[in-house]
Design a protein around this ligand. Structure first.
Ligand code: HEC
Length: 690
């Protein structure tokens, strides 16, 4: 009997032992060993003990407090009865997957300063498992391999130069004995790349830059042979402002082809006029790039948004599937990036097979199949006059993972419709500062027009779970939510789609028609994707419920601010007996100071706010990690101590004393007070009554 047969017999015995008719169940892997389960990351679980007929009995089996209010975006992984999770600040913990007993915890002690570089909080989207090791990508650029049994460090490698505004937020992937990792920083002037390290030793195996550097100075890495081709699509002296393209999230592996497909990010600076004056496609921004996982050699690329200028990252996770198109079995890559078009590519050669808008797209009418390029609305190109654009920078679908079921043939997308009022500075007005937002937006011009467009934007947000048929390129069904911002999805062979919702619940729907089967309040928005595993014949569903906040205009009202509990890992089963502690009481919002602010200070403060604060606190001071329109009287009093004195440093709010003077901080304060006063009207923030 070979090992495989032995494993199968042991598994069948386990099934018999649990009293379940084994014959009905084909032996399936009870584990979930990569963040998307399989190397192609379908986030499809073949387990089906929990199914559409019995899921109404689902209960909490155990939970673990994660002791943070910051975002927790990872799918846990499970290997042979042990659940490995990673929380904010890249802290990894191993639990007994049946009861939550902590086996070990590893804290890489990331310096808090790093939260200023990670745009959207000290988040991590997951761990990798291979060869008895758990690999953690720490926010500050360390890649650390731990002994999966003990949590002890085996090796640790620094993956970037700490002088660069880079951070690791994506999960490492393992292919051909290498650990592959990308980084974030495309909004701060960084030059993105992915690099690979030997799983045994941590030694660098290869490195691939996503955008070209100075053509006169080759990098001496695996991307060198293809960089001259990429450089032809850039103009001016682009390498002086970084270029961006950072792969901060999605990568999928095709073991049969030894390929890793990298999903790349937006350009830096955002406006192409400042990045590559005169235009150009700017390879490999917003592309899928296929790289040999063994050597880092380029194989092919497909650029989704040529000449990207709207912060349309294409960095979220693709899915590999084998589907039938026109009677032919095809090996495809499915992708629904921020730009709003769902694309099906042939993953053997990068050819576009089909594309369609999965949400409304005002920036481009459609994708031209002959050239593979979106047909851009000429009005959408950035200029000084603001325009209203959808999708906005949050995307039709962001990092929150979609899933795909080979049974229903549908992809399940956490979709949203958001609008953005967007413009750029005049020629000559943009000043590049490494580590500072490179969005290059014009601020405060055309105030009346902006007001009108912003009101439209805030009144037309939508969020829904979208079941999408990639063969027909058509919606199959949708489940609507009152706001954008719901979580990633899991789909199972039990005909279930599982999703955390903006209503602070975990919800389960039928995978074939969207009918709601089960829902439970969980005190926070599980923005991450759920996953499922089995131990000793019992199936569990697990999800991290940790909210990072989201830019959603009307989620909080002055009477009812959106409050949420500390992050938790939640695990469910059919016979669960655990209970959550009571939900935190929600507070009310105090009115802003009534003093009128000097208009010159407000204007200057708006510019400074956009440069230094908007990346975390939201454009126009709406939403973000803390909505600054809702500061309490106490916090207004502490404004300088917070912004210059760093008293909230531990919570992720660094001192900006090295960036702004006291006078400038006062101007920002004036702007924030003015924004609060503008919006502090009984009817604002509430949906318009008709
Ligand atoms: C890298 C992200 C980031 C940037 C950039 C940032 N902040 Fe913050 N800020 C935070 C976080 C996170 C908190 C919550 C800290 C806590 O609750 O302990 C916060 C909290 C605050 C608070 C207190 C809010 C409250 O109600 O408790 C103020 C005031 C504030 N920030 C002002 C600013 C200003 C002004 C700027 C620009 C100069 C700025 N922040 C830039 C992340 C950021």
């Amino acid at each position: 009997m070979n090992i495989q047969q032995l494993g199968r017999t042991v598994f069948l015995l386990a099934l018999l032992g649990s009293g379940i008719a084994a014959a009905a169940d084909a032996p399936v892997d009870p584990n979930w060993t990569g963040i998307g389960r399989d190397p192609g990351e379908q986030r499809f679980s073949p387990l089906k003990r929990i199914h559409d007929k019995n899921v109404k009995g689902l209960k909490l089996a155990w939970h673990a407090d994660l002791h943070t209010f910051r975002g927790v975006e990872a799918n846990p992984i499970v290997v042979d009865g042990v659940l490995y999770n990673v929380s904010a600040w890249s802290i990894a913990t191993a639990y007994d997957a049946t009861n939550g007993k902590v086996l070990w915890t590893y804290d890489p002690k990331v310096p808090v300063e790093w939260s200023r570089i990670a745009c959207c909080g000290p988040v991590s989207r997951g761990l990798a498992y291979g060869d008895g090791k758990i690999v953690v990508g720490a926010l500050d650029g360390r890649l650390v391999a731990l002994d999966a049994k003990t949590g002890k460090e085996i090796w640790s490698t620094q993956t970037f130069d700490k002088g660069q505004p880079l951070a690791i937020t994506g999960a490492p992937r393992i292919a051909n004995g290498n650990v592959i990792i990308g980084n974030a920083g495309g909004d701060l002037g960084a030059r993105g790349y992915v690099s690979a390290y030997d799983l045994k030793t941590g030694k660098q195996a290869w490195k691939f830059y996503i955008v070209p550097g100075d053509p006169a100075k080759p990098d001496g890495v695996a991307s060198d042979p293809v960089m001259p081709m990429a450089a032809k699509t850039w103009k001016g002296e682009w390498w002086k402002t970084g270029g961006g393209g950072n792969a901060w999230d999605g990568m999928v592996v095709d073991p049969a082809q030894h390929l890793v497909f990298i999903a790349t990010g937006n350009g830096s600076p955002h406006p192409i006029a400042f990045r590559s004056p005169g235009g150009g496609d700017n390879l490999f921004l917003c592309s899928i790039v296929a790289i040999d996982a063994r050597t880092g050699e380029y194989r092919w690329h497909f650029q989704e948004v040529p000449g990207e200028e709207w912060d349309y990252d294409c960095a979220n996770g693709p899915i590999l599937a084998d589907i039938e198109l026109d009677g032919q079995k095809r090996q495809v890559l499915l992708h629904s990036p921020k730009d709003g078009f769902f694309r099906v590519l042939d993953r053997t050669n990068g050819k576009l097979l089909s594309a369609a808008g999965y949400v409304p797209t005002t920036w481009a009418s459609h994708v031209d199949m002959a050239s593979g390029r979106p047909v851009v609305n000429p009005e959408a190109h950035l200029k000084e006059m603001p325009v209203l654009l959808t999708p906005g920078f949050g995307g039709g679908h962001n990092w929150n993972p979609m899933s795909y079921s080979p049974i229903t043939g549908l992809a399940y997308i956490p979709a949203q419709e958001q609008y953005e009022v967007i413009s750029r500075k005049a020629d000559g007005e943009f000043k590049f500062v490494l580590g500072q937002s490179t969005n290059g937006q014009a601020i405060g011009n055309y105030p009346e027009l902006r007001k009108e467009l912003n009101a439209y934007a805030q009144n037309n947000e939508k969020g829904y779970l979208l079941a999408w048929d990639p063969v027909k390129q058509k919606e199959a069904f949708r489940v609507t939510y009152p706001f954008p911002g719901s979580g990633g999805t899991l789909v199972t062979a039990g005909n279930l789609v599982v999703q955390g919702t903006i209503n602070k619940t975990l919800a389960i729907y039928r995978a074939d028609n969207g009918q709601k089967l089960w829902e439970m309040p969980v005190q926070s928005v599980p923005a991450a994707a759920p996953m499922s595993y089995e131990v000793k014949g019992k199936q569990y569903i697990a999800v991290n419920a940790g909210w990072n906040s989201a830019i959603v205009a009307k989620l909080s009202t002055p009477e009812k601010p959106f409050s949420f509990a500390e992050a938790r890992l939640l695990v469910f089963s059919l016979d669960g007996k655990d209970k959550l502690p009571p939900a935190p009481a929600s507070s009310s919002i105090e009115p802003p100071p009534s003093e009128q602010q000097p208009i010159e200070a407000v204007k200057a403060g708006q510019v400074l706010y956009t440069e230094h604060c908007a990346i975390c606190h939201g454009q126009n001071a709406v939403g973000g990690v803390k909505d600054l329109r809702y500061l309490s009287e106490d916090k207004h009093g502490q404004f300088f101590n917070i912004v210059l004195g760093g008293i909230l440093k531990k919570g992720g709010m660094q001192s900006f004393a090295d960036k702004v003077t006291k006078d400038q901080a006062a101007q920002i304060h004036s702007y924030v007070i003015n924004r609060a006063q503008e919006d502090w009207q009984p009817d604002f923030m509430k949906p318009k009554r008709k």
